[in-house]
Design a protein around this ligand. Structure first.
Ligand code: SAM
Ligand code: SF4
Length: 375
């Protein structure tokens, strides 16, 4: 079981908070698509012919591609990889790209899931963080996708945006629940070093939401998610039953994945590798048969730490049996011993062989993960 991630490193406009590798450079799109196809060819044995359960076009902004560019990538994937007939095939889209014409033009492509980056429905928020769309466009985008037959729709929201109040966050959630989407990803805003937003905060120009308010916003969201029938299957990911993101879940279960395109990461169970974060250098390297990635072989210790980091964020939690089977009894004992204090404090719960966060534990998840990691 494996996944393919395709990074589309383009945006029409940069949002102030984002540090993903992307460029506003539409003239490079055809060359990048060409090089993505070359990379898919070069690395066709990376997943050892494992069945492909998920394909995910992320970004950047995959919705800047047109039908024939998507088609070129799909025909490479379907001719070289062993794609399961029921694979989950997702693309990320920005609301302002989702016109009826665009949706018509991609109707023949094999997408069965769409992830729409809404972030907020509030025009003041959206303007402040330099999003291209307005709230009403986001609402209409979801409706248009539903009209075009998408029945597995995810939306991204961010809470704790500058100047956001608890009341305004509640409104965002209320709007989201009226849209009848199947999945919501909601991350607390992080101030990433080097971004425009980070610089604005350094200059004292941002009304930063305080940590205690962020906690209240999260708790309100969790409560509302449950009331609306959503399962909190990971700290920041919520879905109606049966609509977990199979692609994200595979990352959290440490299944192998191939990441293609500038800055994309790959994992084969033993090593991680990451592609160069530069469109120009990526194009040059692929055209001249030069190296375009760095690679790190993981030690047992690093693989254990990776597992703890992702598994504790999920509703299932850390599987101590799996730790023993994959990393040995010493790591299992270490994890058990270091979890005791958090179980006593009711921040972790232990059920059968599974260790998971309690509602109270969610807010100190990073601290707990740090204590369970082996250093
Ligand atoms: C890299 S974006 C790609 C999706 C698409 N381009 C968009 O903007 O809607 C993926 C998601 O990461 C989240 N994200 C990116 N930077 C973030 C930050 N600094 N804090 C919180 N969430 C962030 C946003 O919710 C965003 O939709
Ligand atoms: S959030 Fe999305 S649209 Fe905004 S800069 Fe990042 S990738 Fe581009």
């Amino acid at each position: 079981m494996a996944g393919i991630y395709i990074h589309i490193p383009f945006c029409k406009q940069r949002c102030t908070y984002c540090d993903f590798y992307t460029q506003v450079a539409p003239h490079l799109i055809p060359e990048i698509v060409d090089c993505i196809n070359r990379e898919l060819n070069l690395r066709k044995d990376y997943l050892k012919n494992s069945p492909i359960e998920t394909i995910y076009f992320g970004g950047g902004t995959p919705s800047v591609l047109n039908n024939s560019q998507f088609m070129a990538i799909f025909s490479t994937i379907f001719s070289l990889y062993n794609v399961n007939p029921d694979a989950e095939i997702t693309f990320e889209a920005n609301p302002d790209d989702l016109s009826p014409e665009f949706l018509d033009s991609i109707a023949s492509l094999p997408f069965n899931r769409i992830s729409i980056g809404i972030q907020s429905f509030d025009d003041e928020d959206l303007k402040r963080i330099n999003r291209r769309h307005r709230g009403i466009q986001a609402i209409n985008a979801v409706k248009k996708c539903q009209d075009h037959g998408f029945n597995n729709i995810s939306i991204d929201l961010i809470y704790g945006l500058p100047s956001q109040t608890i009341e305004r966050w509640k409104n965002q959630l209320n709007i989201a629940f009226q849209l009848n989407v199947q999945h919501i990803s909601a991350y607390g805003l992080t101030y990433e070093e080097g971004t425009r937003l980070w610089k604005q905060r350094e200059m004292g120009k941002v009304d930063v939401v305080m940590d205690d308010e962020m906690i209240i916003m999260y708790d309100i969201m969790l409560q509302k998610m449950i009331e609306n029938g959503f399962e909190a299957y990971e700290i920041s990911n919520f879905s109606l039953p049966g609509y977990h993101s199979r692609h994200n879940s595979a990352y959290w279960e440490l299944n192998p994945y191939l990441g293609v395109g500038p800055s994309a990461h790959s994992y084969d169970g033993n090593s991680r590798q990451w592609n160069i974060s530069s469109n120009k250098k990526y194009i040059n390297a692929l055209k001249n048969d030069e190296s375009f990635f760095e690679k790190e072989v993981l030690t047992l210790n690093e693989r254990y730490n990776d597992y703890v980091m992702v598994a504790l964020r999920t509703v299932k939690g850390i599987d101590l049996k799996l730790i023993e089977a994959n990393f040995g009894v010493e790591f299992k004992n270490y994890c058990t011993k270091n979890s005791t204090q958090f179980i006593e404090m009711n921040k972790l719960k232990y059920n059968e062989h599974l260790l998971s966060l309690t509602k109270e534990g969610i807010h100190i998840s990073n601290l707990i993960i740090g204590e369970l990691m082996y250093v």
